[in-house]
Design a binder for this molecule. Structure first.
Ligand code: FAD
Length: 467
């Protein structure tokens, strides 16, 4: 019918998975539409995730340094004050610039932006149909549909995220005033990042974690060191603590109820116990897709979920990270158009953007032990790195794990300043199948933090020079 808009590819969701896939498909000559229900493009990552959280992490860190370490550097001033509304405005400005940048990229690459909620509506021959409900309401038809609808915050049974007393990460990116006492439920990266933001801005912060350790996906030794560091920074970490409910008081504040312990009084709760795949109102049943027990869309190794329908990003599970979603989007589209597309899931870096940062790529020591792989380990502390001393951030270390017989790098774990940038070299090295010796023999500029990576590689063979 004439009122149906036809495309080669329709992408549902303009997060990092979806918008990147749409752009790459357009580059490869496909006619592409990207349907997004939110007015701003960019998904969780740009609107309420990676970008705004990093803006607040940076601003709160500068404020904290101004209070606690500028004087050591001979910089003194009077009248330091926190203007929280201005800080939030600055964060919002960054988000706005980046989300409108994607609208610009869509225009440049001739990707049709369809504004509204997309719902699958079965098939017409070999084409997939979709109904759009919203500003650009109508029917779309496509040879292929790519679902990239992402994820939404999860909660604990019986605890409602009301956006006032109990907030999710989105709420915690915009508190109107600094809470006196913030209780964070869940010591994963989102809870720790936002917990440390509000701690630096002046809140008392208590983090409750059900497990007996923080950052369950990280290397144990590094997570332990990070735990010590967070305690030193004043986070009250209560591990092995089961939250059983919350009670809100009229007129603000309330308490968090924990099993076998006294209730904890606070004025805000940040629920950060993970994220759930988002498939609400997607009409999956019309194309014969059922989600798995946890709500993820099951896909094959080429991201196919049903004939002509594929899915990538947070909604299919695995590491719920923006760059993983992007790589999947590219791999899917390239395979669709060129026949080739591939991701090395063994080399996906992950970063916790606290201060200092915690970055990892490849296997942890625990995984190597479990898999019975023999390895050697090289460690180097930032306290022995000249640049770290000069910038006044000497906490942490680089740890490299290499195969005992071949010396091939199997994993790198960094706790320290700019760890998130340093890990890129290690990921590239691993993609090329480098040995620790290869990193050790590569000339690293002086004085840089990256010399700590080289020294850790030397330390694999017991040859670190500066420690
Ligand atoms: P999303 O980004 O969730 O995008 C999905 C989009 O689909 C959304 O815009 C949604 O509105 C839209 N949508 C859903 N259903 C429909 C429909 N039916 N029709 C139309 N549109 C629809 N990851 C990192 O790698 N680094 C970080 O530093 C980082 N920090 C984070 C901090 C926070 C506070 C949070 C919450 C997340 C963070 N993440 C980070 C995770 C990252 O945001 C996600 O992994 C990433 O956004 C997933 O991308 P995606 O494309 O799969 O989905």
């Amino acid at each position: 019918p004439a009122d149906v808009q036809a495309f080669d590819l329709v992408v549902i969701g303009a997060g990092p998975g979806g918008y990147v896939a749409a752009l790459r498909a357009a580059q490869l000559g496909q006619s592409v539409a990207c349907v997004e229900l939110e007015p701003a493009l960019g998904g969780t990552c740009l609107r309420v995730g990676c970008i705004p959280s990093k803006a607040l992490l940076e601003s709160s860190e500068i404020y904290h340094e101004a209070q606690h370490s500028f004087a050591d550097r001979g910089i003194t001033f009077d009248g330091l004050a926190l203007d929280l509304p201005a800080m939030l405005k600055d964060k919002n400005r960054t988000v706005k610039t980046l989300t409108s940048g994607i609208a610009g990229l869509f225009k440049k690459n001739k990707v049709t932006h369809v504004s509204g909620r997309g719902t699958l509506a079965g098939r017409d021959g070999d084409r997939v149909l979709m109904q759009v409900d919203g500003k650009d309401a109508g029917t779309l038809s496509a040879k292929h549909v790519l679902i990239a609808t992402g994820s939404a915050p999860a909660s604990l049974p019986g605890i409602e995220i009301d956006g006032d007393f109990v907030t999710d990460s989105t709420g915690a990116l915009s508190y109107e005033s600094v809470p006196e006492h913030l209780v964070v439920i869940g010591a994963g990266y989102i809870g720790l990042e936002l917990g440390t933001v509000w701690k630096r801005l002046g809140a008392k912060v208590t983090v409750l974690e059900y497990l007996d350790h923080i950052l369950p996906l990280n290397d144990g030794e590094i997570a332990k060191a990070a735990e010590k560091m967070f305690r030193k920074q004043g986070l009250d970490l209560k591990l092995g603590t089961k939250v059983v409910g919350v009670e809100q008081r009229d007129g603000g504040g309330g308490q968090v109820l924990i099993e076998g312990g006294d209730p904890i009084e606070c004025d805000k709760v940040l629920m950060s116990v993970g994220r759930r795949p988002y498939t609400d109102g997607l009409g999956l049943e019309t194309v014969g897709i059922s989600t798995d027990k946890r709500g993820f869309i099951p896909v094959d190794e080429h991201y196919a979920a049903a004939e002509g329908v594929s899915a990538i990003g947070d909604v299919i599970g695995g590491a719920m990270l923006a760059h993983k979603a992007e790589e999947e989007g590219i791999a899917f589209v390239e395979r669709l158009v060129t026949g080739h597309g591939h991701i090395n899931y063994g080399v996906i870096p992950s970063i916790v953007y606290t201060s200092p940062e915690i970055a990892a790529v490849g296997k942890t020591e625990e995984e190597l032990k479990k898999e019975g792989i023999e390895y050697r380990k090289g460690k180097f502390p930032f306290a022995a790195n000249g640049r770290a001393k000069a910038i006044g951030h000497t906490e942490g270390q680089v740890k490299i794990l290499a195969d005992k017989t071949t010396d091939r790098v199997l994993g790198v774990h960094i706790l320290g300043p700019h760890a998130g940038d340093l890990i890129a070299e290690c990921a590239a090295a691993m993609e090329y199948g480098a040995s620790a010796e290869d990193i050790a023999r590569t000339c690293h500029a002086h004085p840089t933090l990256s010399e700590a990576v080289k020294e850790a590689a030397l330390a694999v063979d017991g040859r670190a020079i500066h420690f």
